[in-house]
Design a protein. Structure first.
Lengths: 257, 131, 403
C-alpha cells in the first residue's frame, strides 16, 4: 500500500475500491473482509486512538436458531471445546450468545447475537479495583489477566452480562487466547486477529462465520474511518445501541431492534 | 590442648572440602527449535523474567505482537517432546520452563492462563506471523 | 466518675477452653473449605456466571458492616462525651477490629486469585470504589489500633479524643464505601440507588450494636463479672432506635422503587415473588429481624437478659437475611437488557424469571468461619490484654448513681 501517500490518497483509494469490487464477490465468499484502511500500521508499533473498532449487526438478517457466530467464537477462542468439563452449564464461559426476543405488546420476534459491547464508557472498567479490566486506545475492552484478582465486580457491573468467570483449571487453551482459573474474561473482538498484519487483517470469528454462512448480518470495522464499510452503513441506516439510556456509547450497534 | 585444636582444624578442612568438591547437579536445559533465541542465551538467563513482565504490557496495552514480544512464539520454539513424540505440557517436569524452574524452586503461574504447548486451532490460518 | 479497673479475664475454666476449641475448630473448617475451593476452582461452589457473589460475600459484607457499627459505642463515649459509655470503649474497639478481620478474611479467601492480594494492594484504579475500600479497610485497622493504644496508654490520654474523632469519621467513610459498592452499579435494577450508602450506615449501627450488646452480656455472664442494668438499658434503647431506623430506610428504598414503573418487576420479585427472597424479606428481615426485636425491646420483656439476648440474636439473623436479599436477590433477578421485550430463549440464563442459587457446603462453612475468627480474636483479646472492665455494676459506672 506504499502508493497511498498523503498527496494521492483520494485517487488511489478510488482505484483500489474499483478493483476490489470485482474481487469482492470472491473475497466475501471465502470469508476475507473488505479492507479500506488508509495506512498500514507496522506490526511493531503501538495501536492508537486513530481507530475505533466496532461492529454493526443487522438483526433483520440474523436467522432464528442459527448459531454460526457462537460456534465460530467457541472454536476460535477454545471455549466449551472440552476444556470446561467440571463446570455446570451456568458456570461455563459464554463470550457470545444468541438471544431470541419477543415484544410483549406486539408479538414481533427478533433474533440477535449478544456479546461484550465494547463501550466507550465501560462500567466494567470503572469498577475494576486493580485496573485489569481496561479499554485499549482503539476501543477494544479487555481483561489483563496478569493483574485480575478474580473479584468479579466487573461481572456485577456489566449491563449486558457479557463477562464470564472461569470456575476450574484449564489445560487446553488456544495459544492465541490465554484463559485461566479464577480470572474473568469476555469477548475480545478477536483482538489477536486485529493486531495481525494489517494487510491481511481478518474479521472476528463471529462476523467471518456469519458471512460464510451467507447471512452477512455482522459488519466489523473501524468506526473512525469514514470510508470503511461499517461507517458507511452506520451513516446510511438507522441503528441503535442496546440499553442506550445508560449512555455508554458501545462499539457494537444493532439494526432492527 | 594443642593437639585438640589441630584435630578440630583437620576435621573442618576435610569436611569443607568434601562438601565443596561434591557433585551439585546442574539442570539440563533442552535446546530450542530455532537457530537462536531472540536474545543471547546469557542475557535471557538473567533477564527473561523482566522481558516477559515488560513485554506483556506492550502486547496487552499496545497490541504489539511481533516475535520478540510474543509469548506464544517462545512456547512454539521451546518445545520438548516425550518418548512418543508428543510435546509435553507444563505439568511434565521435562517442559522447557520447568527444567530450570523446578530446579530453582521458583513457582511460575504463566501457564495458569497461557497454553504451555503450541496449540493453534485445527483450521488453516491465513494471517502471517504464525509458525 | 470513679476510676475504671480493667482486667484480663481468668481464662482457666472448662467453659473457656471449650469456647476456644469450638471457635478454633470452625476456623480450621473454614480454612479447609478455602483450600478446597481455591484448589478446585469455583465450580465446586453454588456460584456461577449469573450469581457471582454468594454466601461468602453475604457473611463478609455483614461482618464488615457490623465492624464499623461496633465502634459506635466507643465513639459515643469519646467523641460525644457520654460518661457512661467510656468504660466500654476498649471492648468496642476490639470488637470492631475482630469483626473486620473476620469479614475481610472471608472476602479475600473467596477471590478467584487470592494469591494476587499483593497486586490488589499495589495496583489501584481510583475510579473503582473497591480500590478505595482496600485503602479504607486497611486504614481502619491502623486507625483503630492507634485508637486502642491511646485508650490504654496513660501517657497518651491527651490524644485519646482526636484519635476517636479520626476513627469515627474514618468508619463513616468506610461504610459509605461499602454501601456504594452496590449503589454505584447502574446495570442492575436492585442497585443503582443513592440510598444504598446511608442504608448501609444505618445497618452498621444496628448490627454492630446488636453484636456488641450480645457479646457484652455473654462475656460478663460467663466471667461472672457484674453488669448493671444502667448500661444495658441505655444500649437496649439505642438499639431499638437503630432497628427502627433500618426498617425506615428499607421502607424508603422500596417505596421509591415501587413508584417508578421501571422498577416494578424487581420489586414484585422481592416483595411478592415465589422465590426464597420474598420469604427472607418478609419473615426474616422484617418480622424476625425488625418487628419482633422491637416488640421485645420496648416491652417489659426486655428486663430479662435472656429475652434481650434473644432479641439481639434475632436482629443478627435478620441482618444476615437482609444482606442475602440485597446481594443474592439483586443478582438473581435478570438484567433488564431489553425493556419491554420478553426473552424467549438464550443460552446464558437471560430468559428465566429469576436464577436459582443453591449455596454449597464449603461456601457456607467459609462464611460462618468469618464469625468464628471474629469471636476468636475477641476471646483471645480479653484474655491477653486489659479490655474488659472488672465491673460494670450500676454503682461503679453510672455518674448519676449515688451508691
Amino acid at each position: 500500500m506504499s502508493n497511498q501517500e498523503s498527496s494521492s490518497q483520494g485517487i488511489s483509494r478510488r482505484k483500489f475500491l474499483g478493483a476490489s469490487a470485482a474481487t469482492a464477490g470472491l473475497s466475501v465468499a471465502s470469508g476475507v473482509s473488505l479492507i479500506s484502511v488508509a495506512e498500514a500500521k507496522p506490526l511493531d508499533t503501538a495501536i492508537s486512538s486513530d481507530q475505533r473498532w466496532g461492529m454493526l449487526i443487522d438483526t433483520n438478517k440474523c436467522a432464528t436458531g442459527c448459531t454460526s457466530c457462537v460456534d465460530a467464537c467457541n472454536t476460535e477462542n477454545g471455549l466449551n471445546t472440552g476444556d470446561e468439563q467440571l463446570s455446570r452449564q451456568s458456570q461455563k464461559a459464554q463470550w457470545i450468545r444468541k438471544v431470541e426476543l419477543r415484544d410483549k405488546t406486539t408479538g414481533h420476534e427478533v433474533s440477535l447475537p449478544l456479546m461484550c459491547q465494547h463501550c466507550e464508557n465501560p462500567p466494567c472498567v470503572d469498577v475494576c479495583p486493580t485496573g485489569a479490566s481496561f479499554k485499549r486506545e482503539d476501543g477494544v475492552v479487555l481483561v489483563d489477566k496478569h493483574i485480575c484478582i478474580g473479584c468479579r465486580y466487573c461481572m456485577m457491573a456489566c449491563p449486558y452480562k457479557a463477562r464470564s468467570f472461569i470456575h476450574e483449571e484449564l489445560l487446553n487453551q488456544v495459544e492465541d487466547v490465554p484463559r485461566g482459573k479464577g480470572t474473568v474474561e469476555s469477548c475480545t473482538l478477536c483482538v489477536h486477529r486485529i493486531d495481525e498484519d494489517t494487510n491481511n487483517r481478518r474479521d472476528p470469528a463471529c462476523a467471518e462465520a456469519c458471512n460464510t454462512a451467507g447471512h452477512k448480518a455482522m459488519v466489523f470495522g473501524d468506526m473512525k474511518d469514514t470510508n470503511s464499510e461499517i461507517s458507511k452503513q452506520l451513516k446510511k441506516h438507522s441503528s441503535k445501541a442496546i440499553r442506550a439510556d445508560l449512555k455508554l456509547n458501545p462499539g457494537v450497534r444493532y439494526r432492527g431492534i | 590442648m594443642k593437639y585438640l585444636r589441630m584435630l578440630l582444624a583437620m576435621i573442618t578442612i576435610v569436611l569443607t572440602s568434601t562438601i565443596v568438591m561434591a557433585e551439585v547437579p546442574s539442570p539440563t536445559i533442552p535446546k530450542g527449535n530455532a537457530e537462536k533465541c531472540v536474545k543471547p542465551t546469557g542475557e535471557m538467563r538473567v533477564n527473561h523474567m523482566n522481558y516477559i513482565l515488560h513485554q506483556r504490557d506492550e502486547t496487552m496495552y499496545d497490541g504489539i505482537r511481533t516475535e520478540q514480544f510474543s509469548f506464544k512464539k517462545c512456547i512454539n520454539c521451546h518445545t520438548v517432546k516425550d518418548e512418543a513424540g508428543k510435546v509435553v505440557t507444563y505439568k511434565d517436569e521435562r517442559h522447557f520452563c520447568n527444567s530450570c524452574h523446578t530446579y530453582a524452586a521458583v513457582k511460575i503461574d504463566c501457564f495458569d492462563c497461557h497454553a504451555s504447548t503450541p496449540n493453534s486451532r485445527n483450521k488453516a490460518s491465513t494471517a502471517g506471523g504464525k509458525h | 466518675m470513679k476510676k475504671i479497673n480493667y482486667l484480663e479475664i481468668e481464662g482457666r475454666s472448662k467453659g473457656f477452653w471449650t469456647l476456644l476449641g469450638t471457635l478454633g475448630a470452625i476456623t480450621l473448617a473454614g480454612i479447609a473449605a478455602f483450600f478446597y475451593m481455591e484448589h478446585s476452582g469455583h465450580h465446586v461452589t453454588g456460584m456461577d456466571n449469573q450469581i457471582v457473589w454468594g454466601m461468602p460475600h453475604v457473611f463478609a459484607v455483614f461482618l464488615i458492616v457490623a465492624a464499623s457499627g461496633a465502634l459506635n459505642v466507643a465513639s459515643i463515649g469519646t467523641v460525644f462525651g457520654k460518661a457512661i459509655y467510656k468504660p466500654l470503649g476498649r471492648l468496642s474497639t476490639l470488637m470492631a477490629i475482630a469483626l473486620l478481620a473476620g469479614g475481610l478474611m472471608v472476602l479475600v479467601l473467596d477471590l478467584g486469585r487470592p494469591d494476587r492480594l499483593v497486586i490488589a494492594m499495589t495496583y489501584y484504579n481510583f475510579k473503582s470504589i473497591f480500590a478505595w475500600n482496600i485503602i479504607l479497610y486497611n486504614g481502619f485497622f491502623a486507625v483503630t489500633i492507634v485508637y486502642i493504644w491511646m485508650m490504654m496508654e496513660k501517657k497518651m490520654v491527651g490524644y485519646y479524643r482526636p484519635a476517636g474523632i479520626v476513627a469515627f469519621i474514618w468508619r463513616l467513610i468506610l461504610t459509605t464505601g461499602t454501601g456504594s459498592i452496590f449503589g454505584f452499579i447502574v446495570a442492575r435494577s436492585a442497585y443503582d440507588a443513592a440510598i444504598m450508602a446511608p442504608m448501609f450506615i444505618i445497618m452498621s449501627f444496628s448490627f454492630g450494636l446488636a453484636i456488641f450488646l450480645l457479646v457484652l452480656m455473654l462475656g460478663y455472664q460467663w466471667t461472672e463479672r457484674p453488669l448493671g442494668d444502667a448500661i444495658v438499658k441505655r444500649l437496649k434503647n439505642l438499639l431499638g432506635v437503630f432497628v427502627a431506623a433500618v426498617l425506615y430506610f428499607s421502607l424508603a428504598y422500596h417505596l421509591t422503587n415501587l413508584y417508578a414503573t421501571e422498577h416494578h418487576d424487581v420489586e414484585k420479585f422481592i416483595l411478592a415473588g415465589d422465590s426464597i427472597h420474598t420469604t427472607l424479606f418478609w419473615v426474616m428481615q422484617i418480622l424476625i429481624g425488625g418487628i419482633i426485636p422491637l416488640a421485645i425491646i420496648y416491652s417489659k420483656l426486655s428486663k430479662s437478659r435472656t429475652w434481650l439476648g434473644l432479641a439481639t440474636l434475632l436482629i443478627i439473623v435478620g441482618g444476615l437475611a437482609q444482606m442475602y436479599v440485597i446481594i443474592i436477590g439483586g443478582q438473581a433477578f435478570p438484567l433488564d437488557i431489553f425493556p419491554g421485550m420478553e426473552i424467549v430463549s438464550s443460552s446464558f440464563a437471560d430468559a428465566s424469571s429469576y436464577h436459582a442459587y443453591n449455596p454449597s457446603t464449603p461456601e457456607i462453612i467459609l462464611g460462618v468461619s468469618g464469625i468464628a475468627v471474629a469471636m476468636l480474636i475477641i476471646t483471645m483479646g480479653v484474655r491477653i490484654l486489659k479490655f474488659m472492665p472488672l465491673t460494670l455494676a450500676d454503682k461503679d459506672v453510672d455518674p448519676h448513681n449515688k451508691g
